[in-house]
Design a protein around this ligand. Structure first.
Ligand SMILES: Cc1cc2nc3c(=O)[nH]c(=O)nc-3n(C[C@H](O)[C@H](O)[C@H](O)COP(=O)(O)OP(=O)(O)OC[C@H]3O[C@@H](n4cnc5c(N)ncnc54)[C@H](O)[C@@H]3O)c2cc1C
Length: 418
């Protein structure tokens, strides 16, 4: 267990907040809560900051949330800066290419960044002000109405004024405070895996796609030095596996892509040795409430919309801003603040979850006929007189979801009572 304990953290008469999870939502919330006068501790199960991962979008209102945190310039500097996209057939021949004016078109300042870079930016923004404890996890929560007594797997027990679960899709805080995840998790018909691959299997600033019925493969290399990555998605009903058993997950992935052409066998080889291997279902988390007494959930823990929404990162950033802002506006009263946080966030979350569900079947065409049709459409698109209209229409749908909330201008209060 390692811990960073900056002296700024010692705020004896300030309310104390414990956040579980140093992903996206956790550090973003830590930033805002510190600004509003809280003494903040973040506990992360991983032994160090998890800086691996895939690329994620920052769109719509999330751009504004990042700007208000003062991290937008850093995000722009670390942009993946993807330029083009192409579809390849089983023999590796390019059958359709989307040029930069279609593929790379960025709307309203939206950007894309490697998840690890974003986590690092948020962590560095908060490092001097927030206590981070790595390599530990909450083991029990006892809320007596005036505070929460917390025990840890390794650290000594402590008491906090509030506890936030920002610990992702398989949230530990959710399990402890709300019960088993099977009550809240709904599978939406596909799985996704992401991992690092040798650089020669991808092309710089380009996304290469290959489709087989019910299966989609993408290899890319972002700007910067994060190395080549691949993600593979396949349609499937719910599979039974342990989400911590990487060997079982690698086997499921290899079975799902057996016989698929292009460079898929080499990608699968790379998946066998990569430590940054990720595999999980496209799942929604659907809960009637995100808070219970002094315990509240944020980001994927509360309302995962799956990677198919392209909005999980944005919702975690925006949720952090709203949750902290409502706590400040309510003078630290969790009951009022959590109710307002939910009321603000619900419509935005719902529209993005519905979008993800709608998108999943479109991600992976179900037959060779549908794949050929997709190739023809992609080949024709750059030459169509109405291509700008089509691109604009697609962007509008995404923007409608990404902008389905208006950020209130929360004021920094003089003092929140401990
Ligand atoms: C392959 C893939 C592609 C994606 N693409 C996109 C995209 O294009 N756009 C987009 O917006 N989103 C995308 N996402 C989703 C995005 O990564 C998540 O929605 C986002 O990271 C959610 O942030 P979070 O802070 O809620 O949770 P996470 O980022 O998952 O962070 C949770 C943190 O909690 C930690 N943790 C877990 N258990 C414990 C415990 N017991 N105790 C302490 N800490 C714990 C974890 O180690 C992790 O650091 C993608 C996801 C995947 C998997």
């Amino acid at each position: 267990m390692t811990s960073t304990t900056p002296h700024a953290h010692h705020r004896p008469h300030h309310p104390r907040a414990l956040i579980s999870g140093a992903g996206i939502g956790g550090p973003a919330l830590a930033y805002w809560l510190h600004r509003y006068g809280y003494a903040v501790t973040v506990v992360e199960r991983a032994p160090a900051l998890r800086t691996g991962g895939y690329k994620v979008d920052i769109r719509g209102v999330a751009v504004e949330a990042a700007e208000r945190m003062g991290v937008l310039a850093d995000i722009r500097r670390a942009s993946t800066d993807m330029r083009t996209g192409a579809y390849v057939n089983g023999g590796g021949r390019r059958v359709a290419t989307l040029p930069a004016d279609i593929f790379g078109a960025r709307v309203d300042g939206d950007d894309e960044i490697m998840r690890g870079d974003l986590t690092r930016i948020l962590y560095e923004r908060t490092l001097g002000d927030v206590e981070y404890v790595f390599g530990d996890s909450i083991s029990s929560l006892a809320d007596d109405g005036t505070g929460v007594d917390v025990t840890f797997e390794r650290g000594t027990p402590r008491r906090f004024d509030l506890v936030v679960g920002a610990d992702g899709l398989h949230s530990n805080v959710r399990r402890l405070a709300f019960g088993d995840e099977s009550r809240y998790l709904r599978h939406i018909g596909a799985y996704i895996s992401s991992f690092s691959v040798p650089d020669e299997l991808a092309s710089a600033r380009e996304e290469l796609y290959h489709m087989a019925p019910g299966r989609l493969v993408c290899a890319y290399r972002a700007a910067g030095d994060s190395g080549a990555k691949a993600w593979l998605s396949f349609r499937s009903p719910r599979l039974d596996f342990d989400h911590r058993d990487a060997a079982a997950q690698r086997k499921l992935l290899a079975e799902a892509f057996e016989g698929v052409g292009w460079q898929v066998p080499r990608l699968l080889d790379a998946s066998r040795t990569d430590d940054d291997f990720y595999f999980d279902g496209l799942h929604l988390i659907e809960m009637a409430r995100w808070s219970h007494g002094r315990v509240v959930l944020l980001g994927d823990a509360a309302h995962c919309a799956s990677p198919a929404s392209g909005q999980g990162t944005g919702m975690a950033l925006v949720g952090a801003y709203v949750l902290a802002g409502e706590l400040a506006a309510a003078g630290g009263d969790p009951r009022t603040a959590f109710a307002r946080y939910e009321a603000e966030m619900r419509p935005y979350v719902t529209v993005n979850q519905r979008m993800a569900e709608k998108f999943v079947p479109q991600m992976t065409p179900g037959s060779w006929g549908a794949i050929r049709f997709r190739h023809v459409m992609m080949r024709m698109l750059p030459h169509m007189p109405w291509k700008n209209y089509v691109v604009k229409k697609l962007a509008e749908d995404v923007q409608r979801c990404a902008k389905a909330i208006t950020l209130k201008p929360y004021a920094v209060p003089a003092r929140i009572p401990a």
